[in-house]
Structure formats: structure tokens, C-alpha cells
Design a protein around this ligand. Structure first.
Ligand code: NAD
Length: 521
């Protein structure tokens, strides 16, 4: 190695692993994904090792192939040929990854950590995208007091982030007949393994979305929660997780025919539904699903107290599109309503709502939800409170005489995720509207900590990218600010692409952001 730089040629690729031959005559196995985009057999690659022994970073020198490759290989092979490298590139026994880990309440750190070699019942995977959930903020705020965060998190920090999508790198022998390197995947994090609340993104040392690489533990596969993903963009795979929670909530509601004890699952088809505090990203996804699912209501009211959010929501899930599906969709601001219960009930002709979803852990919102229930009305408390003593009044006269009832859901199940993926693939729902900000792994920790005060909706992170968290609406301004730099070019391209897609994040934008990384979309 001269001046800390080693010249290599890419000899071949086997199941996602690139075999490189170095000028030192040694071979180096590294995940193909860790090489620059465009690397192929015969490519010349320079590898440098940071002084403190951090993993190699690669630069593509040329993509030549053919004779030149043979000549270089012969030249490189002249010196002594050892079995494997000693400088620990990715893919070796000592795999390193950057990850954002929770150490204790509000203590979130971007670190480089070492992943152990996988066991026969584990899978090594490359995470590409991870969208950020308000529930992660709540987990960070609570630390070990959170139900899913281990008590010993201070000694064994966990990788956060549970809305992730990526590619499998290496499969332990036990799962070799089911998965293979190169497969794209998503994870359903609500494993419910043996009744435990442990979930990727909350509870595991080596498995969470805020990481370049992860080790997927056996219980994920045992619970059938590692799902193959064939969608054409990684970010849709990330959004399959929050969508699955929404879908789960809709399936968990139930109704009972008078005189029977049979719970009919799901919302009332053609009924009256309300999503309270529903102009956040999750409420937006819920409105999209309600309009396009097979049990669409005839009336859907979405309330909030944030005008800007309500306006954007109505531009994304439009009342016109809802009308085409037989749904009377209205977005209303309840902030100035003197009596929100009377105001909302009136919209149903006084009858009340069959299905009410509460999307903020706010006492008054829960109580409004209770007040607007119809006979046999079901209130779904979807929001996740941070206060373990969170309580609200519920009218038990109506429970007794009006059969009103309440359910609560946290997460979805594997079927909910499959349903979300299938609806996205068919174009029946487009959760891209949930995303308003894009960033790199460097922006992850601050974003999670500041999440409640950052305007807009969902924040999407590409874990192999370094980029400040930036609103899609600000791409143009960022491009002007950084004009003449590679980042400026990136923002200019992203601005043009997203503008051509109605201001929404899309597959083309994802391909552009991944173009300069080792990850090919
Ligand atoms: N059950 C699950 O599986 C699951 C999964 C993911 C997220 N969640 C929870 O769902 C909730 C919604 O997620 P989000 O990301 O959209 O959150 P968010 O905080 O971005 O959105 C909540 C919305 O509630 C509105 N709001 C606040 N107080 C209100 C009031 N008094 N009246 C009317 N509107 C009010 C806010 O303006 C905001 O638009 C969160 O509590 C989150 O933790 C649950």
C-alpha cells in the first residue's frame, strides 16, 4: 500500500460479495454495496484506510474490463497470495458500521460500531432507507422507562429506527433456503415474539433502521417478520411500516349487531368515520387508506388545529379523489370550535360516528372522540402517549346503553404490512405524501430529538448518505445557496425531480440521491 492507498481490481461478484485482488497480491472480500456505484468486474478501485483503523473507503478509478483486467490480475498475483485481507474491510469477520444508538433518555449518538460475525440463525443486511416515527422520539425521551427499550440500555445501547428497507448481505445457514444475498427486504418490527414487546429499532444492539448495516436476529425470521420486498423504491418499503400500523388500526376496530355477541372486525363499510388530530403524517396515511380500502366510509372527517397541515393534507388526499370513491371527505380545523362535539356531530346529522380514530395523545381529543360516537361506535386510540398515567373521561352510560367501545393498537402485523405493500404496488395508496424532509445518517439523532418542533410531516433518512435534514420545499433554495458544489448540484437535481412530481418524494429522486453512493437503487 503506497501512501495509505491500495490499488485493487474487481475480479468477480458472488452473491453480493465483491472479490477484489490487490496490488499486494491478496484478495479482499467486501459487500458489493460498499463499492462505489458503477463498479463492475474489471473495475479499478483505490482503497484507503483511515489512520485509526476505520473501515476502508473506496474510490472508483475506472470501470475498464476485458484484457486489462486479466493483465492487472496477473500483475497483482505475482506477489505472495494470502487467503484473506488483514485490513478489515466490510464483509470481513470484523464488520463495522455507522449507527445511531440510544444510550439513555435523550442520549442518542452517531457512532461507528463493530458488528460480530453472524451466527447460523442470523442475517446480515444493508439498510438503505429509514423513515422516522414520532414513536422513536418518545422512546428516546423515555429511555429505559419505555416499554420496548431494555432496562440495561446504558450498558447495552440499542440502534433506533424501525421503518427500514434495504438489501440482504449474508444469510446464516439456517435461513439459506428462504433468503439470499441481494434480496430486498422490509421488517415488521412488532414481532410479538413469545409475548415480548422487544422490537427492532427499540430493543436490539445490532438491529435498527438508523444504521448502515444490521444483524437481523432469529426471532424476526421465526415470526415471519422479515418480508421480501419487490417495490421499485426503498423509501416505499420504509413507509410500509407506518402504513401497516394504520392498516392494523382499521382492522382492529369492531362492531356488534344488536342481539349478538359476535365482533365484526373492521370499520363500518359505507359508515361515518373521523380521524381526530389527523393532519400529521400518520393521519394523512390513514385518510389515504380509508378512502382507498375495501371498507371505505361514506363520510370521513379529518380534524386538526394546524391550518398549514390541514391545507397540505387536502392537497394530497383530495376531496375530489375521495368523491370518486364515494367518500365525502372534509378537513376541518377544530381549534376555534366552541363545542367541538356539537360541531362534529352536526356533520353526521346528529347520529354520530361509527369509527373514530384519535391520532394525538391529548385528553380533550379523546373526550371529543368519545362524545361523537354513534350507537355501537368504536373509538380507536391510535396515538402513543408518553405519560404512563395518561387518562381521559369516557362516558360509561353510553358504553352501557349505546354499546360504545374503545380499542387501542400499537403496530400492525405481517398481514397488515403485506396489505400496505400490495396497495402501494397497485398504486391504490401513495404514502409519498407523508414525507416532507430528506436527510442523511448524520442528521438522524438531532432530527429524532427535535422531531416535535420540526415542521412538516415525515422525515426520511438515507443511511449511506451524508446530508443535512432538508425540507423538499427548500431544495431549490439549498441548491442556490450551495451552487457550484456537488451538494448544490444534488439539491438542484432533486428540486427539479420533485417539482415534476407535484412536490413529492419519488423513485427518481431516490435514484439520484443514491447515485453517488455505493448503493444502487
Ligand atoms: N398505534 C401505532 O401503531 C402508531 C404507529 C405510529 C405512530 N403512532 C402515533 O400516532 C400519532 C400520530 O403520529 P404523527 O406522526 O402523525 O404525529 P404528529 O404529532 O405529527 O401529528 C399529530 C397531529 O395532532 C394535531 N393535534 C395536536 N393537538 C390537537 C388537538 N388538541 N386537536 C386536534 N389536533 C391536534 C397536531 O397538529 C398534529 O398535526 C402519534 O401519537 C404517534 O406516536 C401510533
Amino acid at each position: 500500500m503506497k501512501n495509505g492507498v491500495l490499488h485493487l481490481v474487481l475480479d468477480r461478484v458472488e452473491e453480493g460479495i465483491a472479490v477484489l485482488v490487490g496490488e499486494d497480491g491478496k484478495t479482499y472480500d467486501v459487500p458489493l454495496a460498499s463499492l462505489p456505484a458503477g463498479s463492475r468486474e474489471g473495475s479499478h478501485v483505490d482503497a484507503s484506510s483511515e489512520e485509526d483503523g476505520k473501515p476502508l473507503s473506496f474510490t472508483l478509478i475506472s470501470g475498464e474490463t476485458g484484457e486489462n483486467k486479466e493483465r492487472l490480475l496477473r500483475f497483482f498475483s505475482k506477489s505472495e497470495k494470502s487467503a484473506k485481507n488483514k485490513i478489515e474491510p466490510k464483509g470481513s469477520d470484523k464488520m463495522k458500521t455507522k449507527a445511531v444508538r440510544l444510550h439513555s433518555a435523550m442520549d442518542l449518538r452517531l457512532e461507528e460500531i463493530e458488528l460480530p460475525e453472524i451466527r447460523d440463525d442470523e442475517i446480515l443486511a444493508c439498510v438503505i432507507s429509514d423513515s422516522i416515527c414520532m414513536s422513536s422520539h418518545k422512546a428516546v425521551k423515555q429511555g429505559s422507562a419505555h416499554k420496548r427499550v431494555p432496562d440495561d440500555v446504558e450498558e447495552n445501547p440499542v440502534i433506533i429506527g424501525h421503518e427500514f428497507c434495504g438489501r440482504i448481505e449474508k444469510v446464516g445457514a439456517k435461513w439459506a433456503d428462504k433468503f439470499k444475498a441481494g434480496d430486498k427486504f422490509v421488517i415488521q418490527p412488532a414481532l410479538n415474539y413469545k409475548g415480548s414487546l422487544a422490537a427492532p429499532g427499540y430493543s436490539y444492539k445490532y438491529c435498527g433502521g438508523a444504521s448502515e448495516y444490521v444483524i437481523i436476529p432469529p426471532e424476526v425470521m421465526i415470526c415471519d417478520c422479515l418480508l421480501p420486498y419487490d417495490g421499485d423504491a426503498f423509501f416505499y418499503g420504509s413507509l410500509a411500516e407506518p402504513m401497516s400500523c394504520i392498516v392494523g388500526g382499521f382492522h382492529a376496530n369492531y362492531h356488534v349487531k344488536p342481539g349478538s355477541y359476535h365482533h365484526e372486525m373492521g370499520i363500518v363499510k359505507g359508515g361515518k368515520a373521523a380521524i381526530l388530530a389527523g393532519a400529521g403524517p400518520m393521519g394523512l396515511g390513514a385518510a389515504d387508506y380509508a378512502v382507498h380500502c375495501d371498507r371505505a366510509p361514506s363520510l370521513l372527517i379529518v380534524t386538526d388545529i394546524d391550518d398549514a397541515r390541514l391545507k397540505r393534507a387536502a392537497e394530497i388526499v383530495t376531496p375530489e379523489e375521495a368523491a370518486r370513491h364515494g367518500v365525502d371527505l372534509r378537513f376541518v380545523n377544530t381549534a376555534s370550535a366552541e363545542d367541538p362535539v356539537a360541531f362534529l356531530r352536526e356533520m353526521t346529522g346528529g347520529e354520530g360516528f361509527d369509527d373514530v380514530f384519535v391520532y394525538a395523545p391529548v385528553k380533550s381529543v379523546v373526550e371529543t372522540g368519545d362524545g361523537i360516537l354513534a350507537r355501537d361506535g368504536c373509538l380507536n386510540f391510535f396515538a402513543g402517549p408518553t405519560d404512563p398515567a395518561f387518562s381521559a373521561l369516557f362516558n360509561f352510560y353510553n358504553v352501557h346503553y349505546g354499546s360504545t367501545h374503545i380499542v387501542g393498537t400499537s403496530g400492525g402485523n405481517t398481514d397488515d404490512m403485506k396489505e400496505s405493500i400490495s396497495m402501494m404496488e397497485k398504486g391504490a395508496i401513495n404514502p409519498a405524501g407523508m414525507i416532507t424532509h430528506i436527510g442523511g445518517l448524520n442528521a438522524y439523532a438531532d432530527t429524532v430529538i427535535d422531531l416535535p418542533s420540526i415542521k412538516g410531516a415525515k422525515k426520511l433518512v438515507y443511511t449511506h448518505v451524508t446530508l443535512p435534514l432538508t425540507a423538499i420545499a427548500d431544495f431549490g433554495a439549498k441548491a442556490a445557496e450551495l451552487a457550484g458544489t456537488p451538494e448544490g448540484d444534488l439539491f438542484a437535481d432533486l428540486d427539479a425531480i420533485c417539482s415534476a412530481h407535484g412536490g413529492l418524494w419519488c423513485r427518481e429522486a431516490e435514484e439520484r440521491i443514491l447515485r453517488d453512493t455505493a448503493i444502487n437503487a
